[in-house]
Design a binder for this molecule. Sequence first.
Ligand code: NCD
Length: 351
Amino acid sequence: MSVEAEAAAVGRTAGHARTQEVVWHHRHLLDVDVVTWPEIELIMRTTDEMKGVLARPIRKVPALNGRRVTTLFYEASTRTRVSFETAARNLSADVVSVSTATSSVTKGESLVDTIRTLEALGAEILVMRHSVSGAPHLAAEIFGGHVLNGGDGWHAHPTQALLDLYTMRQHLPDGDLRGRKVAIVGDILHSRVARSNIWSLTAAGADLWLCGPATLLRGMDRWATAWDGGAIPGHGRFHVTSDVDAAVRDADVVMALRIQRERMQGGLLPSLREYAARFGLNAERVSLAKPEAIVMHPGPMNEGVEIAPDVAISGRAVITEQVANGVAVRMALLYLLAGAHEAAVGHEAAR
Ligand code: NCD
C-alpha cells in the first residue's frame, strides 16, 4: 500500500467521525472528566482503526510523519512510557524521551523551565507523568502544543482508563457496559487509575464497585454520595465497600489495583500479608464472579499481594491484552490530538 493510501486508511477515522458529527476538538487530554460519551466512542472507534494497523505485518503508518512527540516522565514507568513511545513511532512521529533522572531536573531546573526548554527544542506533543497531582495542568497552561497526561499523582490516568474501557468492551456482548458489574479492588485511595475509571465507567453505564480496606477508601464514600455522574443524565453511580465478596459476587469484570507502598504513609495497612489474606484476588474470590468474568490489572503487579500468581496467569486474566490495547489507544489519542492541532492551524490560516 502506498504512503498516501496508508494515510487515507487511517484518515478514514476522521471522516467517519465527521459523518457521526463528532469532531475531536480537545487540545490536551488531562483527564477523562472533560470528554463526552460521543467523544469516548470516537476514541474507541479510532482505536479499532489503530488495532487494524497493528495487525499488519508492518505496523507503521505515516499519520504523524515529522511531528515531534516528547515524553517527560518524572516518575518510574515501564509500560506507559514504552507504550506511548511505541504508539508515536507507529504513527511515524519523531520521539524524544526525557528521563528526569539524567536531565537538568537533577540540577534544580523547575518544571516550567523544563517545559519551556523542551518547547524551544521543538516539542509539539508532550506526554507527561508527574508525582504531583495537577502538574500536567500547569504544563498545559504554558506549553504551546498538546499535553497528554500519562498519570499525575493520585489524580488522573486518562489513557489507562480508556484502555481499560476498550479491553472491557472487547469482552462484553456488543461492547456494552450498561448494567454490567465492574469491581475494582485494592488501594483506591492512592489510585489515579481508579479516579479516572470512575468517570469513564460511570459514563459507560457500568455498575461500578470500589472495594478495599476502609483506610484505603477514605473520602470515596462521600464522593459516591455526592456523585452526580458529572451532571450527565444516564450516568451510573458507584458503590464503595470493604466487603470484597459483595464487590466481586456476580461481577462481569474484576480489576485488582496495586498496593502503592511508595505513596503510603504509615498505619494505613497492618501488613501486606493481612491485606493479601483479606482482599487479595485469589481463585476462590474470583470464583464468586460470573463464570465468564475477566480479571484485569493495570500493572505493575505485586503478585501474592493484590493478586494471586495463579489468577494473574489464568484464562480469565486479560492483563497482557490491556498492555497491547494501550498502544492502540495511545495511537488513537496522539492521532486525534495532532488532528485537532491541524484543524486549529487550518482555522488560523483561514482567518
Ligand atoms: C499505574 C500508574 O502508574 O498509575 N500503572 C500504569 O500506569 N500501568 C498503576 C500503578 O502504579 O499501580
